[in-house]
Design a protein around this ligand. Structure first.
Ligand code: DAH
Length: 369
């Protein structure tokens, strides 16, 4: 038996010689380098690395070669395919990362860009706060009571035990409608709604009355001639100051969070007896600025407490003027400024912001409904 004739080479296809393979690799590498997009790269892959590529066609010829030539050609084609595959993969990585950064850039949203959108505005925070405060009471079974902004002087003052010579009744404080003896005023407080409620409702009475009130104050950082109060009134058998304190504490924690500390400070109002002022412990210094000149507090003036509203047990004279027998019924009442509540709750320091109607102020509170 004779050994295989290694030098025997019946046909050596031109496509398998070194130059031809190098040329195929070069043309593949050129096409890959030229591919500017992933689609173009796909085309290059089809043309140079698929079953229809010149290199694959040449590869098919290998089978017909004698063993020695087969190995050599196989190695050459294999190396060529490896080079092309590597180039394709490298280019794909490059093009993919180019595409990703382009997409990131194209899809960037400039949130600071001015828009053409028509402003819808939003509800004023005083309105929404009044509703929130009212809701706290509605949840406890209270009803909302209302009264007119143009009010009888008798209901605004006399019926509430505010005598005709009381300083609050002067032209300095009160807007009279018509002349000073017209008997008609712009209500200076929501307290006349207490009277209206007591005169028209069945006992027991549990009402809150949010509303706009008027006083002849100049507009400055802490005053405005038109502001808002929320009034509360409970008349029932056996109502005590304890009920008042508990109710106000509940409102305070609903408004300012459960950590808020309140105190009742003795005071005087003609329509309540005894009367008190409800103070909130300063939520900035928590009372720690009292007597500490090193750490003054601007929010409470180092007093440790901030005045929130007035309250007390309904004066028996007031009950009587509404036709209620004070020997059977007792009641508590309170009234606080809604602007003050908004100032404490949201750190608004200037009343101008609340009255000037700048939509940027309103919108800062969001689109509350
Ligand atoms: N009406 C009072 C004011 O405007 C506030 C007030 C104090 C209301 C005591 C009350 C009350 O109902 O009991 O200053």
């Amino acid at each position: 038996m004779s050994a295989p004739n290694k030098s025997f080479d019946p046909k050596s296809p031109a496509s398998l010689n070194a130059d031809a393979v190098t040329a195929m690799v070069d043309s593949a590498l050129a096409a890959i380098a030229l591919a500017a997009t992933l689609d173009e790269l796909k085309e290059a892959r089809l043309a140079h690395a698929s079953g229809r590529s010149p290199l694959s066609l040449a590869n098919r010829e290998i089978g017909s070669l004698p063993p020695a030539a087969k190995a050599e050609a196989g190695q050459r084609v294999g190396a060529a395919r490896g080079t092309i595959k590597q180039a394709l993969d490298d280019r794909a990585v490059e093009l993919e990362s180019e595409r990703d950064s382009r997409v990131l850039l194209e899809e960037t949203v400039d949130v600071t860009m001015p828009t053409q959108r028509r402003r819808m505005g939003s509800r004023h925070p005083l309105t929404t706060l009044m509703e929130r405060m009212s809701d706290v009471f509605i949840a406890m079974g209270y009803e909302i009571a209302e009264g007119p902004e143009i009010e009888a002087e008798w209901l605004n003052f006399d019926s509430l035990n505010i005598a005709p010579d009381h300083p609050a009744r002067t032209m300095q404080d009160t807007f009279y409608v018509g002349s000073a003896d017209s008997g008609v005023v712009l209500r200076t407080q929501t307290s006349p709604i207490q009277m209206r409620a007591m005169m028209t409702r069945e006992l027991p009475i549990y009402v809150v009355a949010p509303g706009r009130v008027f006083r002849t104050d100049e507009l400055d950082a802490t005053h405005t001639p038109v502001f808002h109060q929320i009034e509360g009134l409970a008349v029932d058998k056996g109502i005590t100051m304890g009920h008042l304190k508990g109710t106000l504490d509940h409102l305070a924690s609903a408004m300012f969070g459960t950590g808020i500390v309140t105190r009742l400070r003795p005071s005087y109002f003609p329509f309540t007896e005894p009367s008190a002022e409800i103070d909130l412990q300063c939520f900035v210094c928590r009372g720690e600025s009292i007597g500490d000149p090193e750490r003054p507090c601007r929010t409470c003036g180092s007093e440790g407490w901030i005045e929130w509203g007035g309250c007390g047990m309904v004066n028996p004279r007031v009950l009587r003027s509404a036709g209620i027998d004070p020997d059977i019924y007792s009641g508590f009442a309170f009234g606080m400024g809604v602007e003050r509540t908004l100032m404490f709750r949201h750190g608004v320091t200037d009343m101008h912001d609340m009255v000037e109607g700048d939509v940027r102020f309103t919108e800062a509170f969001g689109l509350e409904v």
